[in-house]
Design a protein around this ligand. Structure first.
Ligand SMILES: [Zn+2]
Length: 405
């Protein structure tokens, strides 16, 4: 506010009122007096006389709106086939960190980074397994932690692949490495605790996660907490509960049709439903290929940022589009004016990535930012990169692409 100029008599009045307030502690006296209201910008106020006593200014002038922001990033499916975990095998166990080394700079600089861990990390003792019923090494979780992932979404169609035991072991490991998990829980009580990431900027972000199904594997009776299914009523009540505790809601949805590059009507309808409920961001997974990013308007005029499908971030799938994934990032801006906080999702950006591997031996897996790829790693790389950029930005033409660290 610029209203720091006042007539001398107003200055005197202010000073008097400040003394009065500090003497008797009755704030209402000043609040109700229009002549000292900071919003009083009427013509009566002279533009000539500066009020240069900074102490008094602080008492009567509202501060500028305070703006703070955080950056959030998210990646798609980590679908750990046997070729991938065998490539990660070391003398002591497994190490997936070399595979993620080239993308680490885009994951560890943000305030919060989210990943979709599609396969349960039930650990080697349970017996590792690949498609169709996966179980992955604990070290996959360690690698995610190492590259800067803060939250994992674990409601997927593969959550129940190896039964309750794999889920419980995975959760135990997530807890050991202090990783926030959402969408599958160890018990009823755990499932009722909304996952909220608190930040230094005082922006609290809530994470919810649901899957369309579990590949026909029934959820054990009375143990619905083991995986969150997409159920509109449940999603609605969870969002309402989360909104009471968090400033911003990020919802992971495991949905859509595998290998389809555009969202289905069902995906669009569900996204509209959650946009109407005021969800700020939707992170889509499951098609294993990239689907475009969009802004969807909710019924109250609110805008929801939607990544319909983030594709495969790391998997053993070899079809071209299934080797492409990416990092979506955006900022959450908090503007504080007086007692009022406003939160806005801004500046969506995207980094397309490619799973490079040795196709003769099915090893040497590496996730590489597409803009860094060489012609040796991918023939016609420029053409493919441009096509992916056009595909992702078809509904947000000004979507920015990340092309530096
Ligand atoms: Zn899936």
């Amino acid at each position: 506010m610029n209203n720091i100029r006042m007539k001398p008599f107003l200055l005197a009045l202010c000073t008097f009122l400040i003394v009065l307030v500090s003497a008797c502690g009755e704030e209402e006296e000043i609040v109700n007096d229009e002549t000292t209201s900071p919003s009083d910008q009427s013509g009566e106020i002279s533009q000539e006389t500066e009020l240069d006593d900074s102490k008094e200014q602080e008492e009567v002038v509202n501060p500028e709106p305070e703006v703070k922001e955080i950056t959030i990033a998210a990646i798609g499916d980590l679908l750990i086939h046997d070729t991938v975990y065998e490539d990660a095998k070391t003398k002591k166990g497994y190490d997936f960190t070399p595979m993620l080394e080239k993308v680490k700079p885009y994951l560890n600089k943000t305030d919060i980074t989210v990943a979709n861990q599609e396969t349960m990390i039930g650990g080697e003792d349970l017996g590792l397994s690949s498609y169709p019923t996966f179980n992955s090494p604990y070290e996959m979780g360690d690698a995610l932690h190492d590259v800067g992932i803060d939250v994992v979404s674990i409601a997927n169609n593969h959550t129940l692949d190896r039964g309750e035991k794999a889920i419980q072991r995975a959760i135990e490991h997530w807890e050991t490495i202090d990783m926030m998990y959402t969408g599958a829980y160890k018990n009823q009580e755990d499932s009722q605790e909304v996952r909220i990431m608190k930040t230094e900027e005082d922006i609290d972000v809530g994470f919810l996660s649901y899957t369309y199904g579990t590949n026909g594997i029934p959820i054990p009776t009375g143990k619905d907490y083991l995986v969150n299914l997409i159920d509109k009523d449940k999603i609605k009540s969870d969002i309402e509960m989360a909104k009471k505790q968090a400033d911003v809601i990020i919802l992971s949805l495991h949905f859509g049709n595998e290998y389809e590059r555009m969202p289905s009507q069902e995906q669009k309808d569900l996204v509209q439903y959650v946009a109407d409920l005021g969800v700020d961001v939707v992170l889509g997974h499951h098609p294993h290929v990239l689907q475009p990013v969009d802004w969807v308007e909710g019924k109250d005029g609110n805008k929801t940022l939607v990544a319909y499908s983030l594709g495969n971030f790391l998997s053993g799938q070899d079809e071209f589009y299934r080797r492409i994934g990416g990092v979506v990032s955006f900022t959450i801006e908090k503007t504080t004016e007086g007692e009022q906080d406003n939160f806005e999702v801004k500046s969506p950006k995207f980094l397309p990535t490619f799973v490079d591997f040795n196709m003769d031996d099915w090893n040497d897996y590496k996730v590489i930012p597409m803009y860094q790829l060489t012609e040796d790693e991918l023939t016609n790389v420029d053409m493919h990169y441009e096509e992916i950029k056009a595909h992702m930005s078809q509904w947000i033409p000004d979507l920015e692409f990340i092309e530096s660290e």
